[in-house]
Design a protein around this ligand. Structure first.
Ligand SMILES: Cc1cc2nc3c(=O)[nH]c(=O)nc-3n(C[C@H](O)[C@H](O)[C@H](O)COP(=O)(O)O)c2cc1C
Length: 189
């Protein structure tokens, strides 16, 4: 069993990475393999609306890391989309990933069927809930099961490391990890 986490922050080791690792800690405790992919230093191109991906199971445009990452996503049992709140929504790299992954999945039905999805976000102050909604919309129209926690999956912090002071946010991430593991075990994948 494997869960992949996509970090949409431009900071490789910022708050978003910290909350992904908090979720991963509980997954590892449950014996689940994890892989963190960072979009830091990358610029994902948006969908070109060519719809050439039908039957190809991946985007036909290979000028960035999208194809490699999408392949990993298809092979994983669980997907964590993680974003900092930028302008009260997801980062552009997470948005570009969602645009392209959604079209590839629409054109190749069943690619993401019955995987577990979880959206997590950090914010200095506002917009994290919008970011969560954007990411959950992607899971929910691709036949995926969305895991929840003891609060919405958000945590607060501005500069790298700040999020560790948000005790409730960090607890929410740990409980999310426990719930993802439970769901994966129920699905018996
Ligand atoms: C371009 C940009 C836009 C941001 N927009 C928001 C915002 O709308 N609301 C907010 O609360 N914080 C905003 N922030 C702050 C980040 O969400 C916050 O610093 C977060 O902890 C960054 O996570 P990271 O350390 O993983 O990059 C913004 C930061 C940047 C760089």
């Amino acid at each position: 069993m494997k869960v992949i986490g996509l970090n949409g922050s431009v900071r490789k080791e910022g708050n978003t990475a910290i909350i992904i690792n908090a979720v991963f800690g509980e997954l590892k405790n449950a014996g689940i393999e994890t892989e963190l992919v960072s979009f830091s230093g990358e610029i994902l191109q948006p969908c070109k609306a060519c719809f050439a991906c039908g039957g190809k199971k991946n985007c036909v445009h290979q000028s960035d890391i999208f194809g490699e990452i999408f392949q990993k996503v298809v092979q994983a049992n669980g997907i964590i989309l993680a974003s900092p709140s930028y302008s009260a929504d997801v980062s552009v790299n997470i948005k570009a990933f969602i645009e392209r992954a959604a079209v590839v999945a629409d054109m190749n039905l069943g690619l993401l069927r019955h995987k577990v999805g979880a959206a997590i976000a950090v914010a200095r102050r506002g917009g994290a809930l919008n970011a969560i909604d954007t990411m959950n919309h992607f899971f929910l129209n691709h036949e995926m099961f969305v895991a929840g926690s003891t609060y919405w999956n958000i945590a607060y912090g501005h500069m790298p490391g700040d999020v560790e002071k948000d005790n409730e946010g960090m607890e929410t991430m740990k409980n999310l990890g426990i719930n993802i593991a439970y769901l994966l075990n129920c699905l018996n994948v």
